[in-house]
Design a protein around this ligand. Structure first.
Ligand SMILES: [Mg+2]
Ligand SMILES: [Zn+2]
Length: 179
């Protein structure tokens, strides 16, 4: 199965402030191990992340590349692999097709991995826009309670989305998935 992960608040700590350099990028407990366990169970892992901090001039593509090199190094050191990282560098006002809740990043992943469809794939996020993007792209969706996840869970009580499964964190989701 293809597992598409949001980044901030799912893989790394996120408190609402932009993560502007590799020094500010800190994996959540168990998240790197969880990615490796997915790979070892035969799943493929990709990332779909909004990075409007680039359009806002807070950091640049080399800064983002450094974060993703760090992530890839940590995952590969324990036998995992991230097949593709799709990011949206645009500002919310740019009206692009890739910023979540639109599904453009998910389609970019589908294309990069040459998959006929995203049906049966799982989108994992901590924000409503992740879940909306996943549903728009035809994926199953799961919410984690890290990052924005608890606020998102509360908001879902008022404005539900169909078929959202909720887990404490990525490690708990992977425990369930490969049990
Ligand atoms: Mg997030
Ligand atoms: Zn975009």
């Amino acid at each position: 199965m293809l597992i598409i992960l949001d980044r901030d608040g799912v893989i790394n700590a996120y408190d609402g402030h932009y993560i502007c350099s590799v020094d500010e990028w800190h994996p959540l407990p168990g998240s790197i191990d969880a990615i490796a366990r997915l790979c070892q169970a035969g799943h493929r892992v990709a990332i779909a992340t909004n990075q409007s901090g680039i359009a806002r001039g807070l950091y640049d593509v080399p800064d983002l590349d450094a974060m993703h090199q760090r992530l890839n190094a940590l995952v590969s050191a324990i036998g995992g692999r991230i097949d593709f990282i799709a990011y949206c560098p645009h500002h919310p006002d740019d009206g692009c097709d890739c910023r979540k809740p639109k599904p453009g990043l998910l389609y970019a992943i589908q294309q990069a991995l040459a998959l006929p469809s995203l049906a049966g794939s799982l989108m994992v996020g901590d924000s409503r826009k992740d879940l909306e993007a996943g549903l728009a792209g035809g994926c199953n969706v799961a919410l984690v309670r890290t990052g924005n996840g608890r606020d998102t869970e509360t908001h879902l009580l008022k404005r539900p989305l169909a078929g959202v499964r909720v887990f404490d964190d990525l490690a708990a989701l992977v425990d369930d998935l490969i049990a």
